[in-house]
Ligand binder design. Structure first.
Ligand code: BDR
Length: 317
C-alpha cells in the first residue's frame, strides 16, 4: 500500500512533537552570590517551582557579590549547556549586560530577579520595589528619631542596582521630607560582613554624635550591628535590611530597631514560573514588583511575617 508523503510528513511531525514533550526542561538560576541566607531562600522558592512544574533547576552563583567575571562565566556556561531559560540576579547593572544579551541572542529567555540590568533583552523582571523599600527605611528611621538628628548609611556597592535604588529612596525621603535629619556619612560595605564592620566602626569613630544608621542589605546590617556592639553604640538607632536568624536575635535584643524585609522565596518561585510561562508561549509582564515590609519587635511574630521570613526550606533537600 502506497503511503502518501503527506501521511509520512504528518507522522514525522507527531513524533517530533512527542519528542519535544518528552524533553525535560532545565532552568538555570544564577544569584548574585551564595553566602547570604537571602540567596538560600531564593533557591528554595525556585526549587519549589521546579518540583511543581516538573523542571530541573540548575543553581549556580559566585561565592561573593562582587565577582562580575565569575557571574559572566556562569551565564556563558549555562548558554553552552543549552538550558531552556535563565533566571539571573545581575551583580552589576552594566557588567552583566553582555551576558544577558548573549543569552537572548541564543533564544534563551532571561528572567531578571532581585536587581536590575541596563538592557531590555530580558523577558521579565521579578524584584522588590527597592526604591520604595529605601523610602520605608527612611520613614522608619525619621519616626524613631523624632524627625531630627545625624544619620549615616552603610551602603553595599556601586553598580548594584537593587541596593543603589534602596539608598536613593532613603536619601530622597530625608532630603525632601526631613530637613532636620542630616546624612553625615555614607560608606560601602561591599556585600561583605567584615568590610561592613570596618566601615561602620570608622563611621562611629568619625561621628561620636551619631543618632541613627541605615544599612541597605543583609551583610551591611550585620556589619553595622557588630560595630554598635563593639563600640558600645547601643544608643544609635539602626534600621537594617533583609532577614537572618542572627539579625532576628539582634532585633529581639533591641540592638536593631527594625528590618526592611523582602520576599526572596517568592522571588525565586515566581522567576521560575515566569520562565516556564514564557517557554509555553504565554505573555509575561516585563516587570513584576514585590513589596517590602518593615519588621520590628511588635510584628515579627505575626503569622504572615513568620511565613515570609521563615520560608519552607524543605525544597532544598
Ligand atoms: C540582598 O541585598 C543585595 O545584596 C541583593 O540585591 C539582595 O537584595 C542580599 O543581601
Amino acid at each position: 500500500m502506497l503511503i502518501s508523503r503527506y501521511v509520512l510528513a504528518s507522522l514525522a511531525l507527531i513524533a517530533l512533537a512527542g519528542c519535544h514533550r518528552d524533553h525535560r526542561r532545565t532552568v538555570a538560576v544564577i544569584p548574585k552570590g551564595s553566602s547570604h541566607l537571602y540567596w538560600q531562600s531564593v533557591h528554595a522558592g525556585a526549587a519549589k517551582a521546579g518540583k511543581e512544574l516538573n523542571v530541573d533547576i540548575v543553581w549556580d552563583g559566585p561565592p561573593g557579590e562582587t565577582d562580575y567575571a565569575g557571574q559572566l562565566q556562569i551565564i556563558d556556561a549555562m548558554i553552552n549547556r543549552h538550558v531552556d531559560a535563565i533566571a539571573l540576579a545581575p551583580i552589576d547593572r552594566k557588567a552583566m549586560v553582555s551576558g544577558v544579551d548573549r543569552a537572548a541572542s541564543q533564544h534563551i529567555p532571561v528572567i531578571i530577579f532581585d536587581s536590575a540590568v541596563d538592557t531590555g533583552s530580558y523577558v521579565s523582571m521579578v524584584a522588590t520595589d527597592n526604591y520604595k523599600a529605601g523610602q520605608l527605611g527612611a520613614e522608619r528611621l525619621a519616626k524613631i528619631l523624632g524627625g531630627k538628628g545625624n544619620v549615616a548609611m552603610v551602603k553595599v556597592q556601586p553598580g548594584a542596582a537593587s541596593t543603589e535604588a534602596r539608598e536613593k529612596g532613603f536619601e530622597d525621603v530625608m532630603a525632601k521630607e526631613y530637613p532636620d535629619i542630616h546624612i553625615v556619612d555614607a560608606r560601602f560595605g561591599m556585600a561583605d560582613v567584615a568590610k561592613s564592620l570596618t566601615v561602620s566602626e570608622n563611621i562611629l569613630t568619625a561621628h561620636p554624635d551619631l543618632d541613627g544608621i541605615f544599612a541597605s542589605n543583609e551583610s551591611s546590617t550585620m556589619g553595622a550591628v557588630q560595630a554598635l556592639k563593639s563600640r558600645h553604640g547601643e544608643h544609635v538607632k539602626l534600621v537594617g535590611f533583609d532577614w537572618s536568624p542572627a539579625l532576628a536575635a539582634d532585633l529581639k535584643s533591641g540592638l536593631i530597631d527594625s528590618l526592611v524585609v523582602q520576599d526572596p522565596f517568592k522571588m525565586g518561585y515566581l522567576s521560575v514560573v515566569t520562565a516556564i510561562d514564557k517557554l509555553n508561549g504565554k505573555a509575561v509582564p516585563k516587570s513584576q514588583p514585590l513589596p517590602a515590609r518593615v519588621v520590628d519587635r511588635n510584628n515579627m511574630n505575626d503569622p504572615d511575617v513568620q511565613a515570609q521570613i521563615n520560608p519552607d526550606m524543605k525544597y532544598l533537600q
